[in-house]
Design a protein around this ligand. Structure first.
Ligand SMILES: C[S@@+](CC[C@H](N)C(=O)[O-])C[C@H]1O[C@@H](n2cnc3c(N)ncnc32)[C@H](O)[C@@H]1O
Length: 431
């Protein structure tokens, strides 16, 4: 039986690896041989510790800094990881102090560079346990975001929305599923103990091992955040149309479009990620043509009825699901990705027949990857506006912008448990 040290060791190492190598939490955990060797329960605990540490990083640092002569830094040193993961357990996870403190001291003792600091780990974490709650209570959720994101969101959405988004990001996200056959939604909602959101997405309160859930093996549904389901719903697909899903992997939108009766050509530059599309199609019994190629240069044999471009982006809309993203993305990534997005859009336009449709979307909250992008391409001669209307999707009227685009943030549908941030623009190609 585990004494709880293994998951804490794996969590502290994963924290360091994420920061050092800019890995996601999931890939950092899976790289650790200790992770595979643990029970499901311990794996879940390790994942919860490292996710909570990133989700609450700013507030946790502020608390620790009250008790340290030198402030905690944004680096991957084992001692930082031990203190932060230990304090996160005490402050945000309700872990009993003896377990969190004594295991942090043991982890310090195991590491050559941290060993001499184990007395400090003990003293500081005991203070965090006694006095940390009150200090944390006086800090604001937006402390958990790097300054460049705070500034960008304050300018784009205003201080009130910034605060609502920062609050929404504190919550662990629900499990959202798209059902393959819409008439079966009620059946699967009952089977899965899920609610049905206004756009038809099924929602379960917490994420779990998908493979154990009813309907997984027969491919009745796939995991897809409610916001990520909106772009395909706005494409107004008619059965039999040919649609290019550009930047398709892992295939959530490919499956939606195929389930709507479209002939889908799914294009992605990553062979590795395209394997996921193939597995997903196989499991759900849906069909699509798969093309591994660069969307900037690839062309279909004949021009198509529509392109759905879900462009690579900073993904700052998905921080609820990937809280580490706030700390591994840099402001300079925004401009780099924006220029790739423009190249992909220009290429997508050339794939579409006159009168066809284009959806451009990103899971980013950065206006450069949303509103600014759409405003610029609105001036392209080859594109005509095809505004999204306020009544088109249930309960999302407030998310339609003046320009006829859709902007959702994690603060939308708060009473249902929120959604990822997304930006969606729709155009038609001039004849
Ligand atoms: C946001 S993800 C797509 C998610 C997907 N549409 C879904 O719903 O499951 C972006 C994808 O763009 C792909 N990508 C990046 N650069 C690309 C390029 N130049 N051409 C084609 N695909 C590209 C990445 O491999 C990644 O799979």
């Amino acid at each position: 039986m585990s004494d709880g040290l293994d998951p804490r060791r794996v969590a502290a190492r994963a924290y360091s690896l994420v920061l050092k190598q800019h890995k996601t939490i999931e890939s950092a955990l899976h790289r650790d041989p200790g992770f595979a060797a643990m029970s499901d329960r311990d794996r879940g605990f390790a994942r919860a510790i490292v996710s909570t540490t990133f989700r609450r990083l700013g507030q946790t640092r502020l608390v620790l800094n009250k008790f340290l002569a030198r402030p905690i830094e944004e680096n991957a040193a084992p001692i930082q990881a031990i203190l932060l993961t230990g304090a996160a357990q005490l402050l945000w996870m309700g872990v009993p102090p003896h377990a969190a403190v004594s295991s942090a001291v043991s982890l310090a003792d195991e590491d050559d560079k941290s060993r001499r600091l184990k007395g400090l780990v003990n003293a500081v974490l005991r203070k965090v346990d006694r006095e940390g709650g009150a200090i944390a209570g006086a800090t604001a959720p937006q402390e958990n975001l790097p300054e460049w994101l705070v500034q960008s969101w304050r300018t784009a959405y205003g201080p009130g929305q910034l605060s609502k988004i920062a609050n929404a990001l504190l919550e662990t996200p629900p499990l959202d599923l798209t059902v393959k056959i819409p008439s079966e939604r009620e059946h699967w909602a009952a089977e899965l103990g899920a609610t049905i959101l206004p756009n038809g997405t099924l929602r379960r309160a917490s994420i779990t091992d998908l493979t154990t859930l009813p309907g997984f093996a027969e491919g009745a549904w796939w995991a897809q955040d409610a916001a990520a389901a909106l772009p395909a719903q706005l494409l107004r697909v008619k059965p039999g149309e040919t649609i290019v899903d550009l930047c398709a992997a892992p295939g959530g939108k490919t499956m939606q479009l195929a389930a709507m009766g479209a002939k889908v050509i799914a294009v992605d530059v990553s062979e590795q990620r395209m394997k996921r599309v193939s597995e997903n199609l196989q499991r759900t019994g849906l069909e699509a043509e798969l093309v591994v190629d660069d969307g900037r240069t690839w062309r279909p044999d004949n021009r198509v009825d529509a392109v759905l471009l879900d462009a690579p982006c900073t993904a700052t809309g998905t921080l609820r699901r990937h809280p580490e993203g706030a700390w591994i993305k840099r402001p300079e990534d925004v401009a780099k990705l924006q220029s790739l997005q423009f190249e992909l859009i220009k290429s997508a336009i050339r794939m579409i027949k006159p009168g066809g449709r284009l959806i451009v979307c990103t899971c980013s909250l950065q206006p450069q990857e949303g509103e600014a992008l759409a405003n610029t391409i609105s001036n392209y001669e080859s594109l005509a506006p095809f505004a999204i209307t306020r009544t088109e999707l249930t309960d999302l009227a407030e998310s339609v912008t003046k320009g006829g685009f859709m902007r959702v943030t994690p603060a939308v549908w708060r009473s249902h448990g929120g959604m990822d941030g997304f930006f969606i623009a729709r155009f038609s190609k001039r004849a």
